[in-house]
Design a protein around this ligand. Structure first.
Ligand code: HSE
Length: 414
């Protein structure tokens, strides 16, 4: 049987998972691909002396680029450079590239798809969004009869794991983050996870495919979970809700409304029961209605399985460019935040309850007060406001009689 070669870039969590899957599932992979697939070389600058893959390790990318037995390059280094330069050179050399690297796809995806098309190879990135969840392929193949209207979901395993453990076990943010790092969920620099940047890149990628044009992740409103406290979680509990980091993108006249923010959602909402490092994504189409995709959003083998799935797809389609719904020549604007309305759960530190309530009434009108048993503060749910009106009203309230400061505002499910 014909044999094809894979070069792995980056032998970290996901890269070593890809190597392991080729070892443990070689027979089924060979059967499904119709060809034997072998890992030929692995690029990593670290020392892997004594590792069983030691003989495959190189610290020189040219060893992979110039090896004619390598047909597919699997990039799992993370970050934009040198991943972009390596991917581009590999595509130009007639090798397909698969990647789990959302920073690379969000930043340079359109250019790499174009390079792949020009060279009659493929650039695939199923593992870049939602870990093992099939979402890129359904958007590119199964949902092509629809105008997609909205995508919404939990797209980061690390933050979902942290919020789940903070809620269920009352553990601290820092302690749970360390666990998420040990379990291989978090990025090398977990700032990308906890500040929402990772989920932002993923919603930009999904939007680019779903809405058919490049959506710039730099324009997406992004807030992480670093300001979420136990008190916020207790207030949410009082309201019959939980707090989740939600990424959403909705197609409107002239562009998309997209954001990544913590949200207070009802315990009846399907996303409320998506826990630990699981992710889930809703897609709403004008014909198919709502479909939901669920699975492990992070972790070594689940993410590596999506990478290997792409490699098998590439081997099955070798020699032809697989069409995508991402129109690489088109840009889709992210609309002004004021095109979207929000309801806010607001916590206010007070020095005089009567005065503070009067001030809240004066600025926000009728609100629903929430009592979670904390002293010297008031929690309330606002009416529906635009993002900028909400921001102006919070600034004004911070200056009012009876109010010391605004502690936090968390968006609520509409
Ligand atoms: N750090 C990412 C997450 C890994 O936690 O979701 C998967 O993309």
């Amino acid at each position: 049987m014909e044999s094809l070669g894979v070069g792995i870039l980056g032998f970290g969590t996901v890269g070593s998972g890809v190597y392991e899957i080729f070892k443990s599932n070689s027979q089924i992979i060979e059967k499904r691909a119709g060809k034997r697939i072998e890992v030929k070389k692995i690029l990593d600058v670290r020392d892997f002396s004594g590792h069983e893959a030691e003989s495959l390790i190189t610290n020189n990318f040219d060893d992979i680029l110039n090896d004619p037995s390598i047909n597919v390059v699997a990039e799992m280094m993370g970050g934009v450079e040198p991943a972009f330069s390596y991917a581009k050179k590999a595509l130009e050399a007639g090798k397909s590239v698969v990647t789990s690297n959302k920073a690379l796809v969000a930043d340079r995806g359109a250019e790499l798809i174009k390079t792949a098309k020009d060279n009659n190879v493929n650039f695939m990135f199923e593992a870049s969004c939602g870990g093992t969840i099939p979402i890129i392929r359904p958007l590119n193949t199964s949902l092509t009869a629809d105008n997609i209207i909205k995508i919404e979901g939990i797209l980061n395993g690390t933050t979902n794991y942290i919020l789940t453990k903070m809620t269920a076990e009352g553990r601290s943010f820092a302690e749970v983050l360390k666990d998420a790092q040990k379990l291989g969920y978090a990025e090398a620099d977990p700032t990308a996870d906890v500040e929402g940047y990772d989920a932002c890149r993923k919603i930009a990628i999904l939007s680019s495919i779903a809405f058919g044009g490049t959506v710039d992740y730099n324009d997406i409103l992004t807030e992480g979970i670093t300001k979420i406290t136990h008190e916020d979680i207790e207030y949410a509990f009082e309201m019959g809700c939980v707090i989740k980091l939600i990424a959403s993108s909705e197609f409107k006249e002239g562009g998309v409304c997209a954001k990544v923010t913590p949200c207070v959602i009802s315990r009846n909402h399907p996303l409320s029961s998506v826990n630990n490092a699981f992710n889930a994504i809703f897609v709403k189409g004008d014909m198919s209605g709502e479909t939901m995709y669920y699975g492990s959003g992070a972790g070594k083998l689940p993410t590596a399985a999506a990478v290997v799935g792409d490699i098998i797809d590439e081997v099955r389609n070798m020699g032809s460019f697989i069409p995508t719904s991402w129109d690489i020549d088109k840009k889709i604007s992210v609309l002004s935040r004021d095109m979207a309305s929000i309801r806010g759960f607001v916590r206010v530190l007070i020095n005089n309850k009567v005065e503070a309530e009067k001030s809240i009434d004066h600025i926000f009108g009728k609100v629903a007060f929430i009592d979670a048993g904390f002293e010297n503060e008031i929690g309330f749910v606002s009416g529906v406001e635009t993002e900028s009106t909400m921001s102006d009203k919070l600034s004004s309230l911070g200056q009012c009689s009876g109010v010391e400061k605004i502690i936090n505002m968390i968006r609520m499910e509409e």
